[in-house]
Design a protein around this ligand. Structure first.
Ligand code: PLP
Length: 438
């Protein structure tokens, strides 16, 4: 039986078994909780693969010369990197640490794009040495540093320039990146983008291959992508006067997913249609040969595949005010509600057929009043030891996890056809003191 409610926010394989418990990837959540403990992050392999193959298929069928790179900051580790590389994805990294994980996973470093507004000299030198495919240059400081570093290493480093097209994607203030007042990118509007192109073309050790922009995330509209693409292609056409040929073009990531039943994100096909259409038309209009297209989904790949699983502990009823249902995780494994006011839904995972008749606040176990995962969640009546599942948790929850209050970070598993494979074990007390000088 399929889940009668909240189905669109749960992974594709989610079902309710005869015992009334959720199954993800054919695994009963009670078995997962018993075997791996909670809080637990469960990735549904079929959903992850479906999203990855969906991006590859929908973009390549409309624009053959398309590349899909996974934005690692949504969540990466060694086994996940191996798995995604096996599906034919490249990677976008924003730190030396992410690059090191890919390297440990044996990923082809030529498939890696290195982003970031303040890459350190050490990160730059290391990434050049490791043969990272492309740097996406984000400042004049980086441009000079990278040119010197590549020269010292005897390399000519392929690069893109990150431009800021001054397009507001109408998402959260804290996740808007392509407007003029942003720390990211060279604004086209001020002439800085043109100056960056001029300097990169003049840099002996840089091979300027194209342009990148990233507007923010999540973006529920298509127009920001088409408008920004048009604007950046007009800019690219103008940059021919500096000798730049647009061989690669990247409109970033930011593709939205449904966190709640109310969210209506465009389909992958709709994003592909908008971006491939704008790119094809914009190239024709500006007399540009069609470049390679790189898209960088993060949230939309791992987000829908991940479910956070918690165990209920204390329940506090404040008559006439609110009921607090506390779980064994919280802001340490998912900071998004506290940071962005992000909304989620929850299901009583071991009573998945019980109607959601109560309105409760699902709180974490951290010593902060702001440690609330869901305000006013609709939930079936629960008691201590019940399991709560929060879907759409695969992106930016585990990757932003902290050890605040010295709660270790959760275990992460991937489920497929009734089998669960550990992606990361739970952090132990030994792990928590391992770096301390004793
Ligand atoms: C964060 C980021 C992405 C991925 O964004 P999602 O919303 O997770 O798809 C892609 N490209 C760049 C440059 C980013 O900073």
């Amino acid at each position: 039986m399929s889940v009668p409610y909240a189905s669109k926010v749960f992974p594709a394989t989610t079902a309710v078994n005869d015992a009334g418990r959720l199954e993800i990837g054919g695994c009963d959540v009670a078995d997962l909780a018993r075997d791996f403990g909670t809080p637990l992050y469960v990735f549904d392999e079929a959903t992850l693969r479906g999203q990855a193959e969906g991006f590859l298929r929908e973009f390549r069928s409309r624009y053959a010369n398309s590349r899909v790179v996974y934005a690692c900051k949504a969540f990466i580790n060694v086994p996940l990197a191996r798995y995604l590389a096996g599906l034919g994805l490249g990677f976008d990294v924003v730190s030396g640490g992410e690059a090191a994980v890919l390297r440990a996973a044996g990923a082809d470093m030529a498939t890696v794009d290195f982003h970031g507004n303040n890459k350190t000299p050490q990160e730059i030198a290391q990434a050049v040495e490791w043969g990272v495919g492309h740097f996406v240059i984000d400042s004049f400081h980086e441009l000079r540093l990278l040119n010197e570093t590549a020269g010292a290493a005897g390399r000519v480093q392929p690069v893109l320039i990150r431009v800021s097209p001054s397009i507001d994607p109408h998402t959260h203030r804290l996740t808007t990146t392509g407007v003029l007042d942003s720390k990211f990118g060279f604004p086209i509007e001020t002439g800085d983008a043109e100056e960056a192109v001029r300097q990169a073309m003049a840099a002996a050790n840089l091979d300027l291959q194209g342009l990148h922009f990233h507007l923010g995330s999540p973006i529920f509209e298509l127009e920001p992508y088409t408008e920004a693409t048009e604007r950046v292609l007009r800019f690219a056409a103008r940059m021919r006067e500096h000798g730049m040929e647009l061989r690669r073009f990247s409109p970033g990531g930011g593709f939205a997913i449904a966190y709640t039943e109310d969210d209506e994100p465009p389909s992958i096909a709709a994003y592909a249609e908008a971006i491939a259409g704008a790119l094809t038309e914009g190239c024709a209009a500006n007399g540009l040969p069609p470049p390679e297209l790189t898209i960088e989904p993060g949230r939309s790949l791992s987000g829908p595949a991940g479910v956070a699983l918690y165990t209920v502990g204390a329940i506090k009823r404040v008559p006439g005010v609110r009921t607090y249902v506390s779980v064994d995780g919280g802001m340490g494994d998912n900071i998004r509600p506290a940071l962005y006011g992000s909304r989620y839904v929850a299901v009583a995972a071991n009573r998945a057929n019980a109607p959601a008749t109560e309105t409760v606040t699902i709180a974490g176990k951290y010593c902060e009043s702001g440690d609330v995962l869901i305000h006013d969640a609709r939930l079936a009546p629960v008691q201590a030891d019940d399991l709560i599942a929060i879907p759409a948790s695969g992106a930016y929850a585990p990757s932003m996890a902290s050890v605040y209050n010295l709660n270790g970070r959760p275990a992460i598993v991937m489920t497929s056809e009734g089998e669960a494979a550990l992606l990361r074990r739970r952090e132990t007390y030994e792990d928590l003191i391992a770096q301390d000088a004793l």
